[in-house]
Design a binder for this molecule. Structure first.
Ligand code: NAD
Ligand code: LMR
Length: 322
């Protein structure tokens, strides 16, 4: 069986980590595209030279011409700029929406049959821009954020309860911003929902509230510590989990920014919800029952994403008028 082809558009911090993980897991051959001259070829060569040591079989190449992504089975997009300390993800919208439009058009031209995972921020609206520009069906264009936000929630919970991260499940829904919705009622330790753990005296409501807020601020916490750039190891691992589920038809249930057309009462909007990812891309959007409080938080998050979609539409209209 011929190897699959994984194209990484953006070969920066996340792009390089994605390439290493994809190659180490032998998900397929990897191509790295970036506008920085020489850099993707250099990173690809450096990574390829780890293969004899690590013992993986995957070719890694890089370049500055979009034609290298031709025929890719999976495209993961990190092209654009990250935020700096003090900035919000939303502040990146002007530059990154232009980048995602160009990248979307290139994917439509060179890799129209791919499963596309967008990582560039502000996430939910960037997926919307890229899907529109690419012309690919919405079930094959998704955004990565929920897996990362849920991983952070799981990690903080595992620390609090002093248990293995493997025994903690968590779901974070909504947009990938300050309004994201860590779903306490649907998150568990060994199958026991978090509210029950509070009742059992294993933690307090105050500690749980603090973990929820730390999850919401998880990206900013790392931006503040790094000072230049944002998180890249956990974001790359999260996107690789999504790519693997598609390539191996694993049918994992994962929270991703998926295109809603009626689900959760939303239309033509990308926002984080649980979905099944298999060989068909997003094979099912799971509509979980939300109580009134959760519904209000989800709607608040949806409204924040809608505001950004309106900003992009306005920017587009201004560009066409000038
Ligand atoms: N969705 C998430 O959960 C999540 C998590 C972490 C980071 N991010 C976002 O991912 C993006 C990338 O982060 P990073 O740390 O890899 O940044 P980075 O600066 O290390 O890499 C970005 C790369 O994109 C390239 N680039 C810029 N414009 C381009 C274009 N028009 N075409 C192709 N490449 C282009 C740059 O040359 C650079 O190499 C940022 O927007 C960041 O905010 C999102
Ligand atoms: O916080 C950021 O700017 C990057 C990313 O969205 C994250 O959550 O780590």
């Amino acid at each position: 069986m011929a190897r699959k082809k994984i194209a990484l558009v953006g070969a920066g911090q996340i792009g390089g980590t994605l390439a290493l993980l994809a190659a180490q897991k032998e998900l397929g051959d990897v191509v790295l595209f970036d506008i920085a001259e020489g850099m993707p070829a250099g990173k690809a060569l450096d990574l390829a030279e780890t293969s004899p040591v690590e013992g993986f079989n995957a070719s890694l190449t890089g370049g500055n011409d979009y034609s290298i992504i031709e025929g890719a089975d999976v495209v993961i997009v990190t092209a654009g700029i990250p935020r700096k300390p003090g900035m919000s993800r939303d502040d990146l919208i002007g530059i990154n929406s232009g980048v995602c439009k160009t990248v979307g058009e290139a994917i439509g031209k060179y890799a129209p049959n791919a499963f596309v995972i967008v990582i560039t921020n502000p996430l939910d609206v960037m997926v919307w821009v890229l899907q529109q520009a690419s012309g690919l069906p919405p079930e094959r264009v998704v955004g990565m954020a929920g897996v990362l936000d849920s991983a952070r929630f799981r990690y903080f919970l595992a620390e609090e309860f002093n248990v293995s991260v493997e025994d903690v499940t968590a779901f974070v829904l909504g947009g990938h911003g300050d309004t994201m919705v860590p779903l306490v009622r649907y998150s568990t330790v060994a199958g026991i929902p978090l509210p029950d753990l509070v009742k059992m005296g294993w933690t307090t409501q105050e500690k749980l509230d603090a973990i929820v807020q730390r999850t919401r601020d998880g990206g900013a916490e790392i931006v503040k510590l790094l000072k230049t750039g944002s998180a890249f190891y956990a974001p790359a691992a999260s996107a690789i989990q999504m790519a693997e589920s598609y390539l191996k038809d694993q049918k994992r249930v994962l929270p991703v920014a998926a295109h809603l057309s009626g689900q959760y009462g939303q239309d033509d909007l990308y926002v984080g919800v649980p979905v099944i990812i298999g060989a068909g891309g997003v094979e099912k959007i799971i509509e979980i029952e939300l109580n009134d409080e959760e519904k209000a938080m989800f709607q608040n998050s949806v409204d924040a994403v809608k505001t950004l979609v309106d900003v992009v539409k306005k920017l587009d209209a201004e560009k066409s008028a000038s």
